[in-house]
Design a protein around this ligand. Structure first.
Ligand code: AQP
Length: 323
C-alpha cells in the first residue's frame, strides 16, 4: 500500500481553501493509502505567539479533522511538536542546505518583497523543517495545494543532497495536487489564505459564515443584466462544492439576467451549510469530548514515533553519530 503524509498548521480556523485543496483529499485517501497526517504546530510558531491561541487552534484543528471524517484507525494523526525527531532531523538537514537555496522559497521572497522586516529565522528555515517532516515518514505522495509545490520540490532536492553525501537514505516524495482545487480563491479573488484575511471558515458560527460569504467581492453589473459566471468569485466557489446539475442551474441564472450577486451569495451560503451540515453537527459533539480528542493524538503520536525514530536512527548511522 502506498503511503501519504501531509500537515496543516493550527494558525487559524480551517477554511474552504484548506479543505478543498488538502483536507478533503486527506480524508478520501485514507481508504486506499497508508496515511500520516499531522498538526504542524512547530510551523505555526512562526506566526502564532499567543499560548492560549496555539492551544485552542490546535484543539480546534484536531476536532475539525475528526468531524470531517478522519478515522484514527485508518490515519496516524499526530502533533508535530510532540515528536522531537522533527526538530532533530531539521538541524541535520540545516547543515546540508546553502543559504541561496532557501532564498529561492516563495514565502521568503514574498515577505521580503512586502518589506516585512519582522521575518524570523523560523520562517526562513520553514522549507527545511518541512523537508524533515516529510522525509521522516518516507511517503510516496504528499497531498497539498499548489502553494506547497515548491516546498515539496525543495524537499526532494534536500533529500538528494543528503543521499549524495552519505549514501542512499531518503525516499524522494511526489507532490499530489488536484488541478481543479490547486488554488481556491478567497473572498477577494486572491488565493484564500489566513494571512490575507479573505477566508470562508467551514466551522464558523452561521452568522460569521454569512458575513464572510456576503463579503465576497463582485463587479458592479446591475441585477437585471446577464452576467458571466466564470469570472465571478461566488460562482467559482459554488462550482467546487455543488453537483454538476446545480452548477449548471446557477450558471443559467447568471446568464439569464435578473439574478443579482446578493442572490448568488445566498445560494452559495445555503450550499456551504448543506455541504458541511453533518460535519458542523459532529464538530459540536466532538468538541465536548476532550479525552477522546487528546486520546486520538496521543495514540497517533506513539505510532508516528515508531516510524520517525527508525528513520532518524538510520540517518544518525549514516552520519556516524551511532554505530
Ligand atoms: N487557497 C488554497 N487553495 C488550495 N489549497 C490551499 N491550502 C491553503 N490554502 C489553499 C492548502 O492547505 C494545506 C494546509 O495549509 P497550512 O495550514 O499549512 O497553511 P497555509 O498553506 O499556509 O494556509 P494559509 O491559509 O494560506 O495560511 P497562511 O496565511 O498562514 O499562509 C496546504 O496543503 C495548502 O497547500
Amino acid at each position: 500500500m502506498k503511503r501519504i503524509l501531509s500537515g496543516i498548521q493550527p494558525s487559524g480556523r480551517p477554511h474552504l481553501g484548506n479543505y478543498l485543496g488538502a483536507m478533503r483529499q486527506h480524508i478520501e485517501m485514507q481508504e486506499n493509502f497508508e496515511c500520516y497526517l499531522f498538526i504542524a504546530d512547530l510551523h505555526a510558531l512562526t506566526t502564532v505567539k499567543d499560548p492560549k491561541l496555539m492551544h485552542d487552534q490546535t484543539y480546534d484543528l484536531a476536532t475539525s479533522y475528526l468531524a470531517l471524517g478522519l478515522d484514527p484507525k485508518k490515519t496516524v494523526f499526530f502533533k508535530q511538536s510532540d515528536l522531537s525527531e522533527h526538530a532533530e532531523l531539521c538541524w541535520i538537514l540545516d547543515c546540508m542546505v546553502k543559504i541561496p537555496f532557501l532564498e529561492r522559497a516563495h514565502a521568503w521572497k514574498d515577505a521580503k518583497q512586502k518589506g516585512n522586516k519582522d521575518v524570523s529565522v523560523g520562517l526562513f528555515n520553514y522549507p527545511i523543517l518541512q523537508a524533515a517532516d516529510i522525509l521522516l515518514y518516507e511517503p510516496d505522495l504528499v497531498p497539498v495545494g499548489q502553494d506547497q509545490k515548491q516546498h515539496i520540490e525543495m524537499t526532494r532536492d534536500i533529500a538528494t543532497t543528503f543521499n549524495t553525501t552519505f549514501g542512499e537514505t531518503f525516499k524522494l516524495p511526489e507532490a499530489y495536487i488536484k488541478e481543479e482545487v490547486a488554488v481556491v480563491p478567497g473572498t477577494d479573488g486572491q488565493k484564500m489564505s489566513k494571512s490575507y484575511g479573505n477566508t470562508i471558515e467551514i466551522f464558523a458560527p452561521e452568522k460569521e459564515l454569512k458575513k464572510q460569504v456576503m463579503g465576497i467581492i463582485t463587479d458592479s453589473i446591475p441585477l437585471e443584466d446577464p452576467k458571466d459566471p466564470k469570472s465571478c468569485n461566488v460562482f467559482k466557489l459554488y462550482k467546487l462544492i455543488a453537483s454538476k446539475e446545480d452548477t449548471q442551474e446557477l450558471a443559467n441564472k447568471y446568464m439569464a439576467g435578473g439574478f443579482g450577486y446578493g442572490d448568488a451569495k445566498k445560494t452559495l451560503l445555503t450550499k456551504i451549510l448543506e455541504y458541511f451540515a453533518e460535519a458542523r453537527e459532529k464538530y459540536e459533539e466532538i468538541y465536548q469530548k476532550k479525552d477522546f480528542v487528546y486520546g486520538v493524538i496521543e495514540e497517533g503520536n506513539k505510532k508516528a514515533k515508531e516510524t520517525s525514530s527508525k528513520t532518524l536512527e538510520k540517518v544518525k548511522k549514516k552520519i556516524g553519530y551511532i554505530r
